[in-house]
Write a protein that binds this ligand. Structure first.
Ligand SMILES: C[S@@+](CC[C@H](N)C(=O)[O-])C[C@H]1O[C@@H](n2cnc3c(N)ncnc32)[C@H](O)[C@@H]1O
Length: 336
């Protein structure tokens, strides 16, 4: 008996699913739609299991979720987290049917992906890093200046983060606000993780990251994906990620509380968050300098250590610990 499956998006004939932007879904594609095959079964359960076996061949539930409704995205295209597989894939939310595809050099998973008329301006500390010039200069001098505030430098910061991530070995790591991928590339090269997702809101930072990856033979086929997303709306299902890293980023986020809540949401139970930022002042800052630091910190999201710890606790993170050097703080916490 031939059964036409038309109810939920997963049970709907796959040729009815629309992936408007990806060339893979055009009629000229070499990709053979599964739905042109007749599905035969004697019960709905049998149909579902046959379909899911076929989906494994070409359409799979992915690590990515829709930033609108957090449903896992259906992926059509080659599997894998490397640049070429992601670029050749199209993604669609099985609930709201919004489609997503690679734009330029990264997969755009912002809520505004694909919009023609509506644009949104973020706070200055986010917009600054969208500039092509700042993105270009970032690893060519800008970041080196952080040393003056106590940042130990990329190699040492990477080693510190790796120690904190001990329990996440072999898992999926998301480098939130990766910039031009300084640490994403180190995480991918380390071979410690099953996959690394370099995620940032800035299109130009992601383009820089792509260029750096392409110049490095050891990385061009590695399990590293470039994703544009807003930290306040992370495109991952709840409890799906083993490790989240966010270097020198908390002070750039429009709402640190929304961001930490989102990071907590996507972490698996036992998952680890490691980040760094500039402190507004530390316990070592003399009292007479603190009012000055309060004033100069206006307009930036520089927090105190107490505020960071309070924020993490309010989002339900536990096992908080930190290392401080002048204004540099690296902090870690876990999802219970
Ligand atoms: C100072 S850079 C840090 C880059 C890198 N992680 C590092 O350790 O050097 C801060 C980054 O935060 C990103 N950012 C700012 N607002 C963001 C948002 N709403 N969502 C995601 N990333 C954001 C910026 O685009 C920028 O690349």
């Amino acid at each position: 008996m031939a059964i036409s499956v038309t109810t939920s998006p997963f049970l709907r004939p796959l040729h009815q699913l629309q992936f408007p932007k990806c060339p893979l879904f055009s009629s000229k594609s070499h990709f053979r739609p599964l739905t042109q095959r007749t599905i035969r079964a004697i019960s709905a359960v049998a149909v579902e299991s046959e379909l899911s076996t076929q989906q494994d061949q070409a359409i799979e539930g992915d690590v990515f979720a829709c930033p609108v409704c957090y449903e896992p995205l259906i992926r059509k295209g080659p599997s894998g987290l490397n640049l070429s597989a992601i670029y050749r894939s199209g993604f669609m939310c099985k609930r709201c049917k919004k489609s997503y595809s690679s734009k330029d050099r990264y997969l755009d998973l912002t809520v505004t992906a694909g919009l023609r008329d509506y644009t949104e301006i973020q706070p200055a500390r986010t917009e600054l890093f969208r500039s092509p010039l700042v993105s270009f200069l970032y690893e060519r001098g800008w970041r080196q200046n952080f040393r003056q505030s106590g940042f130990p430098g990329p190699d040492e910061e990477f080693n510190m983060a790796q120690e904190y991530f001990e329990s996440a070995k072999g898992g999926l790591l998301v480098d939130v606000s990766c910039g031009s991928g300084l640490f994403s590339r180190k995480f991918a090269k380390s071979g410690t993780y099953s996959g690394v997702i370099a995620l940032d809101f800035s299109e130009n930072m992601l383009r820089q990251c792509y260029d750096f990856i392409k110049k490095d033979d050891a990385l061009s086929t590695a399990n590293i994906a470039l994703v544009r997303a807003d930290v306040s709306r992370l495109p991952f299902a709840s409890g799906s990620v083993d490790a989240v890293h966010a270097g020198a980023a908390l002070h750039c986020w429009p709402s640190p509380s929304n961001a930490v809540a989102e990071i907590t949401r996507i972490l698996k139970s036992g998952g680890t968050f490691v980040g760094s930022t500039f402190l507004r002042y530390s316990s070592l800052t003399p009292w007479f300098l603190r009012p000055f630091r309060e004033r100069t910190a206006q307009g930036y999201g520089f927090l105190t250590e107490e505020e960071i710890k309070d924020l993490f606790t309010s989002c339900g993170l536990t096992n908080y610990s930190s290392k401080i050097q002048q204004a540099f703080i690296m902090f870690t916490a876990q999802k219970p």
